[in-house]
Structure formats: structure tokens, C-alpha cells
Ligand binder design. Structure first.
Ligand code: ZN
Ligand code: ZN
Length: 314
């Protein structure tokens, strides 16, 4: 399924299978998760994607000799810049990203640099494993950057939050979930996932929060989350794109509150999270689409209609 120009529907194209270059592995794709970032790429909210482009960066595939491998968003780094050499390859200035700079997994085959591929834990079928590869591991990085916060707020209950909630409960944190006002199905889902309170995103929780993670791409949620924080608390923005953040009084930031973003992932994040997931154990809830239904999956994600994570079956 190929993006030819931002803002257009993906097209089902017949193209030659990609040829692996030295260091790359050729995979037959079994499943590919649909991420909100794919939507930002398709809608033209992220600059300069490769075009034409095969989107998708939560790829579960198999090599010719039957090994099962995961391909995440971070597809290549230079290994030499100041960020790479200081253990921050997620910030590499020359990084190439799967399904953005490199063709991704909305396809029958994909090639990937084997150094950036990840092991898929046993006990997950292909469809359930796919959302671990971005929703899970970037969510995990966001959770790590929230520090040791005991009272954690989650804003926006999509694929990532539904995984992070399980990990955070496993770590013994107390959870407060925020959804769109009036979305009763989302509120019920939030409570099922172990939040002790679920409310609308413009509501204040019954207690102040030590940290909040904002998954929804909605700038208004940043001051809303700051308002819910205790002194010294953090707001972590987990998405790659967000609408503008409205101005807010300095008193919301005062008392050492912090606003920060999370960008991409390191291979270490991936290895840590994929080792942790089966211990929790994280159970992913997936809505499955056939490859040629990728546009439907993106439309449903855009409208906020996916419960858990959308995954393409290839
Ligand atoms: Zn670098
Ligand atoms: Zn993603």
C-alpha cells in the first residue's frame, strides 16, 4: 500500500520485492501495526517523507530461514554524531526512520538493517506482537522519562496508553486516565485497564499527579495536564506531532514542573521493553485489517474509533 503524495489515499500497487543491500535482511511481512505517526505522514503533517512511500514501522516478519524479527521506527543511524556516541541514537541528526525515510511494512516484503531489528518475544502471535514495536516501546520510553512518578496521568487512550497502563500497573503506580468528554466507551476501557479514576481531559483528577503522559496530538492537553500536576511533576509529550500549545500562565509551570517531549527510540529501549512485556505480561488488544484495507484502518484511527491498536494482516 503506497503513498504517492501527502493527503492522498494509499494505493495498492504491484512493485518488485526490495533487494537487500549488505547488512540488510529481507523479510516476508506477517503483520504491521498502524501507528498515529503513519497518519501524520499520510496527512502531510510531517515534512519531507520519501515518496512514493510504503508506510508502517511496527513490522513483524520472517526471514527465508524462518527467524521471526521485528522492525521498529528507528531504521538507521550514523553511529558517529554527538548524539549517537553519547547513547542518544534516538536523537541522531542523520537517522532514517522506517515507513518515513525508508519503505515500511504495509507490504508483503520489506528490507531492514539487521542491526536495528528487534527480537519478538515468544508467547505473542504476529498480530499481537506488532503494536509492541512502537506503541509499546515508545510508550515505555515515555514512561521511563516520567521518572518514578507514583500517581500517573495518561491523556489519550490509544494503542500506546493501553500498553503503558499495563506496564505502569505492574510497576505499582497509580493510574488516572483522561479521555474525550462524552466518550463513555473509552472511559470504560480506561477503567478495565486498571486506572483507579477515569475522566474527561479538561477535568482535574481527585489527587494531584506526579507525572502525566500526553499521547493525544492535541496541544490544549499540555496546559490541562500541567494544571493536574503536583509540585515538581512532569508532563511528557509522547507523540511526534501535536497541534499548537496555547499560551498559559507561568504559575502552571512554577514550582519546578517540567514539560518535555519523547523522540523516537534507542535500540536499548526496544530490547528492554521487549524483555519486560512478557513478564508483565502485556496483552495487546488489536483490531485486525487486511493489508488492502489500510486506508480504512487509518480512517478509523483518525476518527478515534480503534479500541487498542490497529494491525494489518499481510
Ligand atoms: Zn548519529
Ligand atoms: Zn509509531
Amino acid at each position: 500500500m503506497v503513498l504517492h503524495a501527502a493527503g492522498e489515499q494509499l494505493r495498492l500497487d504491484e512493485v518488485p520485492a526490495p533487494e537487500p543491500q549488505p547488512g540488510q535482511v529481507l523479510l516476508r511481512v506477517a503483520a504491521c501495526g498502524v501507528c498515529r505517526t503513519d497518519l501524520h505522514v499520510v496527512d502531510g503533517e510531517l515534512p519531507n517523507p520519501k515518496l512514493p512511500l510504503v508506510p508502517g514501522h511496527q513490522i513483524v516478519g520472517r526471514t527465508d530461514d524462518g527467524r521471526r524479527i521485528g522492525v521498529p521506527w528507528l531504521g538507521w543511524t550514523d553511529g558517529a554524531c554527538r548524539y549517537c556516541v553519547s547513547g542518544r541514537e534516538n536523537l541522531c541528526e542523520s537517522a532514517r526512520f522506517t515507513g518515513y525515510d525508508l519503505d515500511g511494512g504495509y507490504a508483503e516484503h520489506v528490507v531492514a538493517d539487521e542491526r536495528f531489528c528487534l527480537p519478538i518475544p515468544d508467547g505473542y502471535d504476529d498480530l499481537q506482537a506488532a503494536p509492541l514495536l512502537c506503541a509499546g516501546l515508545i510508550g515505555y520510553r515515555a514512561l521511563r522519562l516520567a521518572g518514578d512518578a507514583e500517581r500517573l496521568g495518561l491523556y489519550g487512550f490509544g494503542a500506546s496508553a493501553h500498553i503503558v497502563a499495563q506496564v505502569a500497573r505492574h510497576q505499582g503506580r497509580r493510574l488516572f486516565g483522561f479521555v474525550r468528554r462524552g466518550d463513555e466507551a473509552a472511559r470504560a476501557f480506561v477503567l478495565e485497564l486498571g486506572c483507579e479514576w477515569a475522566g474527561a481531559s479538561d477535568e482535574l483528577p481527585p489527587e494531584q499527579l506526579d507525572a502525566a503522559i500526553v499521547f493525544a496530538p492535541v496541544g490544549e492537553l499540555v496546559p490541562a495536564a500541567l494544571r493536574a500536576l503536583a509540585r515538581g511533576g512532569s508532563v511528557v509529550c509522547a507523540g511526534i506531532h501535536m497541534s499548537d500549545i496555547p499560551s498559559f500562565p507561568y504559575e502552571l509551570l512554577w514550582e519546578e514542573r517540567l514539560v518535555r517531549s519523547v523522540a523516537n527510540l534507542t535500540r536499548r529501549d526496544g530490547e528492554e521493553f521487549l524483555a519486560l512485556a512478557p513478564q508483565v505480561p502485556v496483552r495487546t488488544e488489536v483490531e485486525v485489517f487486511d493489508l488492502e484495507q489500510a486506508n480504512d484502518a487509518l480512517d478509523r484511527l483518525r476518527r478515534g474509533e480503534i479500541r487498542g491498536a490497529a494491525v494489518l494482516r499481510v
